[in-house]
Design a protein around this ligand. Structure first.
Ligand code: CO
Length: 299
């Protein structure tokens, strides 16, 4: 029996409304290379936006270590959703597959059950791109089973667990007077803004000095900043709410340019102390994603 299921209401909705304009490779993806009697072969595909910063590798390395420790013996592969990042890496001789390429290779390599895990924070445009690319492989011919684990923040329980981990991992030097400023990515796609608005509200409910802004969505920097100013905090730990400490963390959050969050807060009289670690570098955070993968492996 071939079973194809996708985790998360978001994905279910998406499949219902996907136009399948990408059927050209769908036809190819659906071709069976594994006979119905071929033995079961389970595989894991980890999917992130990607990064070309060497610093960001720490996060990917840590995640892979934890995944292999939790699921010993199951082969682990990676794909990046960002075409721009893949192109940049390719120019340096490093090849990272797209979701389509990775799944096609797994099919050819005889995998019969594949669990994909999204390492996106919220089900925004990149996550939906992942679902779109995986869709042609769900035809039931490519794999006996294809599942997708949800991104970090998909339920209220996810949010609660995320905030527990965040609070536990805050710098020990932080006093209750000091603020924490989180930089999320955000985008205007789907429910993305709503998730960040809810996250910002819940953070403040748990600790009135933890603030969240996003680079490309809402709450934006100025919305976050006005809340921060009201608190009267003079010091703020600046942390990326992103899988890796890459371009946005190094430049937009903590860079020397006038328009970085650190520089702008300095003008407000707030000393920003960057904590440049991606979520994937914290074991507890990485494990939240890996719990979703566990559900995808045993649907
Ligand atoms: Co960006």
């Amino acid at each position: 029996m071939r079973k194809v299921s996708f985790y998360g209401l978001g994905s279910v909705f998406l499949f219902a409304f996907t136009s399948f304009s990408n059927l050209s490779f769908g036809a190819n993806a659906g071709q069976s290379v594994n006979s119905p009697t071929s033995p079961d072969k389970q595989g894991i595909l980890l999917v992130a936006f990607g990064s070309s910063h060497p610093e960001a590798q720490k996060s990917f390395v840590n995640i892979e270590r934890l995944v292999k420790a939790r699921f010993p013996g199951i082969p682990v592969r990676w794909a990046f959703t960002s075409a721009m990042i893949r192109k940049k890496l390719k120019s340096r001789g490093e090849n990272v597959n797209s979701v389509t390429e990775a799944l096609d290779k797994m099919r050819k390599d005889g995998f019969t059950q594949v669990a994909i895990q999204s390492f996106h924070i919220v089900a925004g445009s990149e996550y939906h791109e992942l679902i779109n690319e995986a869709a042609p492989f769900r035809s039931g011919q490519a794999f006996r089973q294809l599942t997708v684990g949800q991104p970090l923040l998909e339920s209220y329980q996810d949010l609660t667990r995320f905030i527990d981990c965040l609070i536990a991992d805050l710098p020990s030097k932080r006093s209750s007077e000091d603020a924490v400023v989180l930089m999320g990515h955000g985008n205007r796609h789907g429910n993305c803004d709503l998730v960040y608005v809810a996250t910002a509200a819940e953070l403040l409910r748990r600790d009135p000095r933890i603030f969240l802004g996003t680079v490309e969505g809402f709450p934006d920097f100025n919305t976050m900043r006005s809340e921060l100013l009201k608190s009267g905090a003079k010091k703020a730990y600046l942390m990326p709410l992103m899988l890796v400490a890459g371009e946005h963390a190094l430049n937009d959050l903590s860079g020397a340019d006038d328009d970085s969050w650190k520089s702008q807060l300095k003008k407000d009289g707030i000393e920003g102390i960057p904590v440049l670690k991606g979520l994937g570098e914290y074991d507890n955070m990485a494990n939240l994603f890996i719990d979703h993968l566990q559900s995808a492996l045993k649907p």
